[in-house]
Every structure is written in structure tokens, then in C-alpha cells.
Design a binder for this molecule. Structure first.
Ligand SMILES: [Zn+2]
Ligand SMILES: [Zn+2]
Length: 250
């Protein structure tokens, strides 16, 4: 597709998405957490919004929660990350993968509840506004083929596509490719878990010079994000920040 045509299609998609969001506000809704009916707002009531487990003070590299002693520091790095620096510049994981936020993520990821997906996009958008940084492109950590086949879709790509329509940051679908599937992380020790995704990604040359926002749904150890960012930087990305909806406890 030519660049001009691509821009035109994108403008139309943005307009349709804008009206889709507006129409959702006009229709009666239901809070996805407490299931109470809602008017004038969609999918999340104010009391439940206040209950979302915010990850306020956390490590800039692994998003692990830190004590309030770190609150005033410009750069917040936990003791673990001080030993092994991350390849990316900063991670944003505004919520903890805890009740009731985990319910939203789970419903979206495993049951393809798109209402939960739209709500996550809205929440990620709010977090980005607060972060107040500009990015040249959105890239996702590519999923494993087998899992995408099982679930029928790739949750981070869906989020990236809609976040792109909302923010105007172009989503580079093929910015980062997966070149090998990796074994399950579950039974590995810490070091093996960290090294497991090494060599699993390949970044495309058009990423050079770009400020990249790397999106994933949940961040656990941060190892995949590390090796993905490492590859993006090897291809010349100017900077890489990671955005994940939730952080699981270590
Ligand atoms: Zn509620
Ligand atoms: Zn850390």
C-alpha cells in the first residue's frame, strides 16, 4: 500500500474508532468488576476504579514495587536490576496483576472479552498521558506461534492496534519478529529464565533512529522485554520504553 493511501486508511480507522468510543458512552453499560449497571460511563464504575491496585513506586527496569524510600529518587532501580541492567530505558506498568485488575486482563487475554480490551486500552492511554513522552512507533513483543493458534489471537497486538488509533503513534506490526519459540519459563531457575528468550527476536532495519514504545500485556520477569529491547537497539532504535498493563509479583 502506498504511504498516502495508508495514511488515508489510518485516518478513517481513527475516525471510526473515535465514534465507536463515543457510542459506547451513550449506551447503558455495566462495570466489568462489580457488574453494577452504569450510565454515562462504560465498563468501570468510579469505586472500582479507585480499587485498582496501582503500581505507584516501582523499579524503572523491572517494575517490581519498591518501598516509599524510593519515592523521591529520579531513577528508581532495585538491587536486583543494579546488578543486571535492562536493555530498555524504562518500564511503565501502572497496575499490579492482583485482584481486581487481574480479572480484567484475564478476561481479555483468555476469553477474548473485548469490552475488557477496550477498557485496558483506555487505562493504558491514561497512563501514557500521565507519562507525557512522545514516541515514533509502537511495537509489540511477538507471541509464540503455538499460543496464538490456541487462543486465536495475540492480545498485545490487539491492544497496540487500538492504542495506536487512540494516540496516533503508528503501530509497526513487523517492527519486531519472533524467530524462534521458546520453552516454558515455569520450571527454569532465575538465570535460565533470564537467558531463555535470548535470540528469539529479530528487529527490522526501519526501526533505526526511532523512539520505540514496546507493548506487552503483562510483565513478569521482564526477560522477554529485555532481549526484545536489546535487539531493537542493535538495529539502531534511539530509545525503548516498555509499556505493560500489569506487573506480576516476582
Ligand atoms: Zn464497579
Ligand atoms: Zn528492578
Amino acid at each position: 500500500m502506498s504511504t498516502r493511501l495508508f495514511k488515508k486508511v489510518n485516518q478513517w480507522q481513527q475516525k471510526i474508532f473515535y465514534w465507536h468510543r463515543r457510542s459506547r458512552l451513550l449506551l447503558p453499560g455495566m462495570c466489568l468488576i462489580c457488574m453494577q449497571p452504569l450510565l454515562g460511563e462504560r465498563d468501570l464504575c468510579q469505586p472500582c476504579k479507585r480499587l485498582l491496585p496501582a503500581n505507584l513506586i516501582c523499579c524503572d527496569w523491572c517494575a517490581e514495587s519498591l518501598s516509599s524510600d524510593y519515592a523521591k529518587q529520579q531513577l528508581r532501580i532495585c538491587q536486583q536490576c543494579a546488578k543486571t541492567p535492562a536493555a530498555f530505558d524504562k518500564v511503565l506498568a501502572p497496575w499490579l496483576y492482583k485482584n481486581p485488575f487481574n480479572k480484567l486482563v484475564w478476561e481479555f487475554k483468555y476469553t477474548k472479552n473485548l469490552a475488557a480490551g477496550y477498557l485496558l486500552v483506555d487505562l493504558l492511554f491514561d497512563a501514557l498521558i500521565e507519562h507525557n513522552q512522545t514516541y515514533d512507533c509502537l511495537v509489540v513483543i511477538p507471541g509464540q506461534k503455538k499460543r496464538i493458534q490456541q487462543r486465536g489471537y495475540h492480545a498485545p497486538s490487539w491492544l497496540a492496534k487500538h492504542l495506536s488509533l487512540l494516540t496516533g503513534i503508528p503501530f509497526l506490526k513487523n517492527g519486531l519478529m519472533r524467530v524462534k519459540d521458546i520453552e516454558s519459563q515455569q520450571d527454569l531457575n532465575r538465570k535460565a529464565r533470564f537467558l531463555n528468550p535470548k535470540g528469539a527476536f529479530k528487529a527490522m532495519p526501519h526501526i533505526a533512529g526511532k523512539k520505540v514504545l514496546l507493548l506487552d500485556d503483562v510483565i513478569t520477569t521482564g526477560a522477554s522485554a529485555h532481549w526484545a529491547a536489546d535487539e531493537l537497539k542493535k538495529q539502531g532504535a534511539a530509545s525503548v520504553d516498555v509499556l505493560a498493563a500489569a506487573k506480576t509479583a516476582r
